[in-house]
Design a protein around this ligand. Structure first.
Ligand code: NAD
Length: 430
């Protein structure tokens, strides 16, 4: 089929390359000229495993194209997927201005009947508004329907998640919309759950916020474990055997980050409030996460007399391993606190270093290896679960650091092994 994708971020680009991979003809539109030029040359502006290989394959097979010219890209597409950002606003609500711009551009451009598919995460009822807005603004005499198709991929495993999704949720109000979406997804051979648009929109928040809740629950328990002498890792091990609970997302740590959980929890809380309802569970997940982000810093403040002039090793900047995305990363909440107190920071991240340099003007040094970062450090903070960090031998902390004092926000090491190696080691809930 002839598909167009609006937005070449984590969601739009991954959808574009995967649709081309299964044989659709895809045009990806972005307003960022530099990004489009980079993509045309086969280089991915974001890091995701296999993304660049799929990108090159799509370009070589002439099934995948990139443009800033939205008019020609939308004009005769059979389906247009909207994958632009819906960032958090200061009141917690989702900012729909990018979605609205694309809707207007579609209305001005389409010359054939088409299905508009909202992949961006949007508050319940947005699809109705997008459909009405497009219908009201159409220039040509064509029929445009809107369907919801929330995306469930996780950064770090985005291409794999798109190709092997647990399910595809489609929110449709007509047989035609359902049949177009079923045809698009047929080559993926994945379970399709067809529901009404509002239920599809809600499913995305329901799933993300449930995962956020699970993480915050474990972090809340982890803090209690420390007070009562239990080990959250052992507790989680025991819980994981229970099929009603499941074994994933039981990892205690320094809190969730990224572009989705923080904003999607707040957006659902906001939506509930708008309807006069207090969504207490999600509110609690947000509150726990906010304090969890700085739990290690607070612990370290109790141990250190000052950070002024202290050589600090920061291991990990990205919000999780496998991505170069820094959005809402716990590291970003801790680095300013340390700098404010005069810390002399050296930071390591295998892929997010460039993004950090570009986006933030932190007065700190970057280092290409864990060993170099630890060299001479007086305290170390671990913020991301990168393999390169996890695979560092406990003895290396002892050998390289001036004082082997480690605060681990990802529970990457066995406390007994760290102790045996002579490292003073603090982690979460143990
Ligand atoms: P992103 O910020 O990485 O990318 C958005 C892209 O849209 C940018 O490249 C931007 O230049 C482009 N854009 C903005 N206006 C445009 C326009 N008028 N026309 C064409 N392109 C335009 O965003 P993302 O992380 O891919 O997220 C997109 C949506 O998907 C959000 O609603 C998000 O909540 C949701 N989502 C994200 C993830 C994730 O892991 N990142 C997972 C599931 C769902």
């Amino acid at each position: 089929m002839n598909l167009t994708i609006a937005g070449t971020g984590y969601v739009g680009l991954v959808a574009g390359v995967c649709f081309a991979h299964v044989g659709h003809t895809v045009t990806c539109v972005d307003i960022d000229q530099k990004k489009v030029e980079l993509l045309r040359s086969g280089v991915s502006p974001i890091y995701e495993e296999n993304l660049e290989a799929f990108l090159k394959e799509g370009i070589a097979s002439d099934l995948l194209h990139f443009t800033t010219d939205y008019r020609s890209a939308y004009a005769s597409a059979e389906a247009i997927f909207i994958g632009v950002g819906t960032p958090e606003q200061s009141d917690g609500s989702a900012n729909l201005k990018y979605v609205a711009t694309v809707a207007r551009q579609i209305a001005e451009s389409v010359t054939h009947d088409c299905l508009v598919v909202v992949k961006s995460t949007v508050p319940v009822g947005t699809n109705d508004k997008v459909e009405q807005f497009i219908k009201d603004s159409l220039i040509n005499d064509v029929c445009v329907e809107v369907a919801s198709n929330p995306e469930f991929l996780a950064q770090g495993t985005a291409v794999h998640d798109m190709m092997h999704a647990a399910r595809i949720i489609i929110g449709v109000e007509s047989k035609n919309a359902e049949s177009v979406l079923r045809s698009i997804y047929a080559p993926f051979n994945l379970p399709i759950v067809a529901v009404k648009r509002r239920s599809a929109e809600m499913s995305k928040y329901a799933a993300n916020d449930f995962l956020a809740l699970k993480i915050s629950y474990m972090n809340d328990l982890a803090n209690l474990c420390e007070l009562v002498g239990a080990d959250i890792e052992d507790v989680a091990k025991g819980m994981a055997y229970d099929e009603r609970i499941g074994s994933r997302f039981l990892q205690a740590g320094i809190g969730y980050g990224g572009s989705c959980f923080p904003k999607d929890t707040k957006a659902l809380e906001y939506l509930a409030k708008q309807h006069g309802y207090n969504l207490k569970t999600v509110g609690a997940a947000v509150a726990v996460n906010t304090s969890q982000r700085t739990v290690l810093f607070k612990k370290a403040c109790n141990r250190m007399i000052t950070f002024n002039g202290i050589k600090v090793a920061v291991l990990g900047l990205a919000f999780k391993a496998g991505t170069d995305d820094l959005r809402e990363s716990p590291a970003l909440y801790n680095i300013p606190l340390l700098l404010e107190q005069g810390a002399d920071i050296t930071a390591f991240d295998p892929v997010a270093e460039e993004n950090c340099k570009k986006q933030f003007n932190f007065s700190m040094t970057y280092s290409p290896t864990v060993a170099e970062t630890l060299q001479g450090a007086q305290i170390c903070f671990i913020f991301t679960d990168w393999k390169e960090i996890k695979e560092t031998a406990p003895e290396e902390f002892k050998r390289l650091m001036r004082t082997p004092l480690v605060y681990d926000g990802r529970n990457l090491f066995d406390p007994a092994a760290m102790k045996a190696a002579g490292v003073e080691y603090y982690s979460i809930g143990r």
